[in-house]
Design a binder for this molecule. Structure first.
Ligand code: SAM
Ligand code: SF4
Length: 342
């Protein structure tokens, strides 16, 4: 157990940082493997893999989820890489449910959703984000480097049929690939009564940096394109710490459209999240690779209380005030999105 983590007096029992923010949301990347290679996320050859023994085991996830839940984490998102390729994904989700985490989310590319949707619902998933960057099979295959759009669309239908309470489509804004198709994507979501969110490309890793340089499309511009088709969007008010999207109601339907603006308007002041990688590293900010290695603590002889203490102090001491995508992109260049999980 690194001693410096115990050097400061205890300040808070709940997870808090030095900038007045409380952490109640944990995003777990259960694998750095993926069955797609999206051009803005992954190098063509994929992300370098860690050895199997360096990955957290199911019982280690279970222990960490119990500890985080005890520290006040109320929302866990399972992500990746592609979380649905993890052979024990359902039991990991079951851990969150068992340890009283009220909000359980999954982010997926949808390829394996057709056969998993009903089981996800049964295990207590109440929020599902599905990436969908285009409804054109050729564009989709180009962006994902070979992805099968038809299977993803079947997966979306299966999730709707399984009655997962909140389903959102996530679209990364890519000027050349989907800049003209945003209304088609909105229409698709509206027809199904599900939500859709547009995300500005972040310079995460070389793939993200290249996509941002060549294809950046701001959320403001995307909103103009959508309003040209659907008329003015009505802003939805909600608590400031309830996620980074600016939300709007689409006229006459249940669906909401959201814009996530990490580049044009950062939302770091309301950040309530930390991330856990598949190798057990606690990461405090998406745009910076610094973090705390929990694996040695888990595999050493530390009690849950000692690990909880290390997490509490790490977040207090090291969670940075904001990302540096714009003023110092070199910090995020080293980040592999597939390891961190978006
Ligand atoms: N494989 C799953 C998926 O695609 O939804 C989960 C992991 S993926 C890393 C999580 C989210 O990050 C996806 O919505 C993806 O589009 C988004 N993402 C990946 N690279 C990005 C980048 N450079 N900028 C913005 N969003 C990105
Ligand atoms: Fe895989 Fe998701 Fe990254 Fe695409 S965005 S390569 S599906 S992890």
């Amino acid at each position: 157990m690194p001693q410096e983590l115990f050097a400061e007096p205890r300040r808070e029992t709940a997870l808090a940082d030095q900038f007045g923010r409380h952490v109640s949301y944990l995003r777990i990347s259960v694998t750095e493997h993926c069955n797609f290679r999206c051009s803005y996320c992954s190098p063509e050859e994929g992300t370098p893999f860690y050895a199997r023994e360096d990955h957290l085991q199911a019982e280690e996830y279970d222990r960490l989820i119990r500890i985080f839940s005890g520290l006040g984490v109320r929302h866990i998102r399972f992500t990746g890489g592609e979380p649905l390729i993890h052979p024990q994904i359902l039991s990991l989700i079951g851990s969150a449910h068992r340890h009283g985490v009220g909000k359980i989310s999954v982010s997926t590319n949808g390829l394996l959703l057709g056969r998993r949707a009903a089981a996800l619902r049964q295990m207590g998933v109440n929020n599902l984000n599905i990436s969908l960057d285009s409804l054109d099979p050729e564009v989709f295959a180009r962006v994902t480097r070979g992805g099968d759009l038809g299977r993803v669309l079947e997966g979306i239908e299966a999730a709707i049929l399984a009655e997962i309470p909140r389903i959102k489509l996530n679209v990364v804004l890519l000027r050349q690939n989907n800049g003209n198709d945003l209304p088609v994507l909105v229409d698709y979501a509206m027809q199904r009564g599900i939500d859709i969110r547009f995300i500005e490309t972040m310079p995460l890793g070389e793939a993200g940096a290249a996509a941002q340089e060549m294809q950046f499309l701001s959320a403001a511009e995307a909103q103009q394109v959508i309003e040209r088709q659907f008329g003015p969007l009505q802003p939805v008010t909600r608590p400031a710490d309830n996620g980074p999207a600016r939300l709007y109601q689409l006229p006459g339907v249940r669906s909401q459209v959201g814009f996530i603006t990490p580049i044009s308007n950062d939302f770091c002041a309301t950040c309530n999240r930390v991330r856990l990688t598949a190798t057990g590293r606690l990461v405090y900010c998406l745009g910076q690779d610094s973090g705390l290695a929990l694996m040695p603590l888990l595999r050493g002889s530390n009690s849950d209380g000692q690990i909880a203490e290390a997490i509490t102090r790490g977040i207090w001491r090291d969670k940075p005030e904001r990302h540096r995508f714009v003023d110092d992109p070199s910090r995020s260049m080293a980040v592999f999105m597939m390891r961190l999980g978006g």
